[in-house]
Design a protein around this ligand. Sequence first.
Ligand code: ATR
Length: 292
Amino acid sequence: MHEEVQAVYGIIGNPVSHSLSPVMHNTAFKALEVNAVYKLFPLEKIELEDFFESMRDENSPIFGLNVTVPYKEDVIPYLDVLTPLAQKLGAVNTIMVNHERKLIGYNTDAPGFIAHLKELGFNTEGKRIAILGAGGSCRAILGTLCMIPERPESIKIYNRTESRLQSLIQDLGERIDLSNVEPVLNVEDLNIELADLLINTTSVGLKAEDPILIPEDMLHSSLTVYDLIYRPKETTLLRMARKVGAKTANGLNMLYYQGVLSLQHWANIELSDDIKIQMKKAIERELSNDRK
Ligand code: ATR
């Protein structure tokens, strides 16, 4: 008997073991009754080229990918087409293989982040925002904050590697109005004490032994602190923020919103509320199983 080949989806990155995307998408596949599986693909940078080459093979079972740290920019040269948003941001977190096995790059991080900010009731118009980082996730966050109609008053941004921040500003600035954006050379100049929103887009906090980027005394109760990291569910930064009475949010719901958008691209359907709820419950359940 001929068994239909199972379609494979997955996430590439390094590290990827913390990712909740497999449980989210495998839950959706089961609910949709499709013969597909979502896997983790931990890859070294040197393996990217061969990986993408093999995806173009007509016998490859892979039909879609998510991309996480640190490859959201690195994957671009291997793709055939970028959506206008991914092109503008210079970052891709979702890849679809079309019927000609051409690789299409999307950015669903940016709309996912905005959807979560809306859910939190945070209106960015006229607000002062401080951002940590200058990587692939940061491109989506900074770019989208500069494109939405609710324009922030100011966005100050700091990154450990100054040259990477400078090239991010230069590159994004060619396509997006960054006139309210100021790169700074140290965290003190982020003026967090005057800010409304602090966003961590770095990978600092994923591991327990990671450094602390912001001294506790810069945080305050009229601040909202948003950490893109969702595992651990409360990073050291979020714990410090909670202690001083700041509002806090981790990246779990951004993961959820971007995941819904990714799956809608892959499947070319609008997901029903029922499927979306199952996806959300699956990641919440998985996270609640983690030890504190
Ligand atoms: P992503 O795709 O998630 O954005 P990335 O492109 O690798 O991942 O970016 C990681 C971000 O975390 C960068 O801003 C990086 O700073 P550098 O440009 O200086 O590398 C930041 N980051 C990672 N480890 C860090 C650390 N120990 N201290 C400060 N920043 C760090």
